[in-house]
Ligand binder design. Structure first.
Ligand code: 2AM
Length: 482
């Protein structure tokens, strides 16, 4: 007699923790793993004394599941997911559900959803965020895929998810790859948030502050509008000491950043759709530049910058940095939601932006008070076209603006790179510009490539070409391919 409410394949730490979390909430879970010995290790270790059912073959695993069978995969993204889908399909029946909870690329999820549905089954691709700790005690869960599958996983997912303001940080995101797309965007925003905090750190360092002093500053910031998980952990990181040398831990860590690719995917998607996701783009590139450690060390011997020292009021400067960080963060989220809107249009998803903000409000790495404000903004009757136009954020940016500009100016004077702070400001100034220099750009395109332009004194959609040199003729780019 099948007993398990859900089955999970993939007993790495995330998988184990999620299974224990489900068990805590009264669900019976069957487990399986490619390296089968890990099943028994788990049952004799972390899962000892629970109702978790260990299985030693795909047949036994599927046989342990109640119908509709819910098969969740938490295996390495990529081929492993396709391999397990192939392995379980022959054992499943109409209406059974395959769930991929890994960090899959949304394009793969779109493909797999179609494939699995073609076999009469249902598919869910879900983002699970919050790391090992989140998986154990309440992650943010972002499911998308076959809509008919949602009611069958909803009670389990919402029970184990983090809660924010009393609501589960898990709701249906949309069809096929929507869940993984939203998770990817979450990770992109995470890159942005982290880069912004690193720039604030870099500025405080440039004005002579110690990590201990910065930790105290972040403890204060965490009590206000910047209250968030990432500020909180950075506060603790800056206070930590290296047991070997007694130095601040942060000072003994090599300054080359790693990345697993979700920030890059976010940037690629933005470029594909023509969305100016500048802050996340800069955050990804900042990691790439940091990774060129040897080149930078060599260049630091040769390339000179300004020899300035900070002479201002340090406390005032720190407050300016806080305001600049907050304003830049608003820009980053405004851009992130612009991306989601574009993706919704591109892929035909009916995204619930307030729901997404709520899913990110707790459990995940970017969790913050701030996301509660975004949820409020999207819960209004009239959905805002851009977060920057929402009165709360508009006024927050207005208040922070002078400080933000002072910080960017100071950073430029000191020669401290602040790509995220400054590109956020450039975005703000461009987005609020009624007229940008693209008129000149269009003229250039028309000059060398006869790409044509529209005129300010003629209706949109009418295109003109100028014979700039008197020798180019009247042929336009659309009439030939060069
Ligand atoms: P393993 O324990 O047998 O290595 C995280 O790496 C999880 O994904 C683990 O459960 C791991 O199984 C599984 N995994 C990694 N690569 C895999 C593959 N190619 N096929 C199946 N499972 C894989």
């Amino acid at each position: 007699m099948p007993q398990a409410d859900i089955g999970l394949i993939g007993l790495a730490v995330m998988g184990q923790n999620l299974v224990l979390n489900m068990n805590d909430h009264g669900f019976t879970v069957a487990v399986f793993n490619r390296t089968v010995s890990k099943v028994d290790d788990f049952l004799n270790g972390g899962a000892a004394g629970t109702n978790i059912i260990g299985t030693h073959s795909v047949e036994e695993f599927v046989g342990a599941l109640k119908r509709p069978r819910r098969v969740m995969l938490l295996v390495k993204a990529g081929q492993a997911v396709d391999d397990f889908i192939e392995k379980v399909i022959p054992h499943l029946e109409d209406g059974d559900i395959i769930i991929d909870g890994g960090n899959s690329n949304y394009n793969d999820t779109i493909r797999r959803c179609k494939y699995v549905e073609s076999k009469g089954l249902l598919y869910i691709g879900t983002g699970v965020s919050g790391g090992e700790e989140g998986a154990r005690h309440g992650p943010s869960i972002m499911p998308g895929g076959s809509p008919a599958a949602w009611e069958h996983v909803k009670p389990i997912f919402q029970a184990v998810a983090a809660k924010a303001d009393g609501e589960p940080c898990c709701d249906w995101v949309g069809e096929n790859g929507a869940g993984h797309y939203v998770k990817m965007t979450h990770n992109g925003i995470e890159y942005g948030d982290m880069q912004l905090i690193c720039e604030a750190y870099s500025l405080m360092k440039a004005v002579g502050m110690t990590p201990g002093e910065m930790s105290e500053v972040l403890a204060e910031w965490n009590k206000g509008e910047l209250d968030s998980y990432l500020i909180e952990i950075t506060r603790d990181i800056l206070a930590a000491r290296d047991p070997e040398t007694g130095q601040a831990m942060v000072d003994v860590i090599l300054d080359t950043a790693g990345q697993k690719g979700t920030g890059k995917w976010t940037g690629i998607s933005a470029l594909d759709m023509g969305i100016p996701l500048t802050l996340i783009g800069e955050a990804v590139f900042a990691r790439c530049l940091s990774a060129l450690k040897d080149e930078r060390v060599a260049a630091s011997e040769k390339l000179r910058g300004p020899k300035r020292t900070f002479k201002g009021d340090r406390a005032k400067f720190v407050e300016d940095v806080r305001a600049a960080l907050y304003a830049s963060k608003i820009i980053s989220y405004a851009q992130g939601f612009m991306l989601l809107r574009a993706a919704a249009a591109e892929y035909g998803w009916n995204l619930n932006y307030g729901g997404i903000a709520l899913m990110w409000r707790g459990g995940c790495i970017i969790r913050s008070q701030f996301l509660g404000r975004i949820k409020d903004a999207y819960s209004k009757k009239k959905e805002p076209t851009n977060l920057l136009l929402v009165p709360y954020f508009r006024s927050a940016v207005r208040k922070a603006q002078a400080a933000w500009r002072r910080v960017v100016i100071q950073a430029v004077r000191l020669g401290v790179p602040v790509p995220a702070f400054s590109s956020a400001l450039a975005f703000y100034d461009a987005y609020r510009s009624e007229r940008l220099p693209a008129n000149l750009l269009q003229a250039q395109r028309d000059y060398f490539g006869a790409h044509t332009y529209e005129r300010v004194d003629k209706p949109r959609g009418e295109f003109f070409h100028t014979n700039w040199t008197g020798t180019g003729g009247d042929t336009t780019a659309s009439t030939y391919t060069a």
